[in-house]
Write a protein that binds this ligand. Structure first.
Ligand code: COI
Length: 363
């Protein structure tokens, strides 16, 4: 008997992050003369043809987002804070002198995509989610050194498990002393492609040192921890109800994470003291070694909440919380998953329900 498309996907072996896409994508163009060309169009996922002189390819006018749809325990699908991602997408575009996609068009694209391909997200496996990747790039065929006069917006997606692993296995990280991710007045707070390209060499150095990720320091004094590049960082001091959480402030050189923002709220709701405060590498090490600092975790759309078990800085190496996932980390990871999967109330209206074709209407 032939399997349906959904059954087929459900039994397909898992692929790596972003290796295998769903069947559709959404597209919308912008030109200086005409603005946005109507409404987002749903198309079969496939290759596109572009001029070799496409400006985005040469001058890097490319911004993107990453957001997820989750299957809730009642079987329906909901995206997590798509409005916050729409806002950040606009801010990133503004920083790169690109046109800003209105929020309602961003949401329409998200809904159209999830409505069409959402059925490919199997039920019954809470480790899976549908990752959505909106991207905007300069598509004008012209090498004049100025903001392009034509852009293309695309939204594609894929079903994915955990970014590092499906389990909360602690990762090891390397402090980058040789490179900076961003500079004051630069593009550090924009989600632009160049920030990621500029991080790959340091990421490779981390991998060669046996670490999963790079920790970026502030570019001026080179001692204050900023982010992990694709993920924000939180530090926990103390234990139990009196534990306090610290995350680096948004100085303009790090990405304002949507998950970071959600966790600040969820932690405060649980009664933890939460502070946006600078923390140096020296403090991180000394306080981890003395036991004052009990946990460190990374957070992001892809990474969710991932414990950091070990850090390296040149020849120095230290464990955090004995290298094991901490209680606060796990509590917040569960709180976020419960929200995503509809096991917890959503008092902030962070979930946007999506009607999926071929499935029962959204409850
Ligand atoms: C995300 O968490 O969505 C990110 O953007 C990180 C990375 C996968 C690009």
């Amino acid at each position: 008997m032939r399997r349906t498309r959904r059954e087929e996907r459900a039994v397909t072996p898992r692929h790596g992050f972003g290796e295998r896409f769903t069947d559709h994508m959404v597209m919308l163009e912008w030109t200086a003369e005409g603005g946005w060309a109507g409404r987002p169009r749903l198309l079969p996922y496939g290759d596109l043809t572009f001029s070799p002189a496409m400006a985005g390819l040469h001058y890097g006018q490319v911004v993107f987002e990453g957001l997820k749809a989750h299957r809730r325990q009642d079987g329906t699908l909901a995206t997590f804070r798509p409005d916050a991602h729409a806002r950040r997408f606009r801010q990133s575009a503004r920083r790169l002198a690109m046109p800003e996609l209105p929020e309602e068009l961003f949401l329409e694209a998200v809904d159209a995509f999830v409505g069409r391909d959402g059925a490919l997200l199997p039920a019954g496996d809470p480790t899976l989610s549908l990752y959505l990747r909106p991207v905007l790039f300069a598509s004008e065929a012209c090498l004049a050194l100025r903001p392009a006069r034509a852009y293309t917006f695309l939204l594609m997606g894929f079903v994915t498990g955990g970014f590092f692993s499906d389990r909360p296995d602690p990762v090891s990280v390397l402090v980058s002393r040789d490179f900076s991710r961003a500079a004051p007045g630069g593009t550090g707070q924009a989600k632009c492609a160049g920030n990621y390209a500029g991080a790959f060499l340091a990421q490779r150095a981390a991998a060669e040192a046996g670490c999963r990720q790079v920790v970026w320091l502030d570019p001026v004094e080179r001692r204050w921890i900023e982010e992990m590049g694709g993920m924000n960082l939180f530090f926990v001091r103390g234990t139990g109800p009196s534990a306090e959480l610290v995350t680096p402030p948004l100085t303009g050189t790090l990405l304002p994470g949507v998950t970071r923002d959600a966790l600040l709220t969820l932690a405060a709701q649980r009664g933890y003291t939460v502070r946006e405060e600078r923390i140096s590498v020296e403090q991180w090490r000394a306080q981890s070694e003395s036991g004052v600092l009990t946990e460190t975790f990374a957070c992001g759309t892809a990474a969710l909440v991932t414990p950091v078990g070990e850090a390296r800085d040149g020849d120095e190496r230290w464990l955090i919380g004995g290298g094991k996932p901490g209680a606060v980390t796990m509590e917040l990871r569960d709180a976020l998953s419960d929200l995503h999967q509809g096991r917890a109330a959503d008092p902030h209206g962070w979930l946007r329900a999506c009607a999926v074709s071929g499935e029962e209407a959204t409850r």
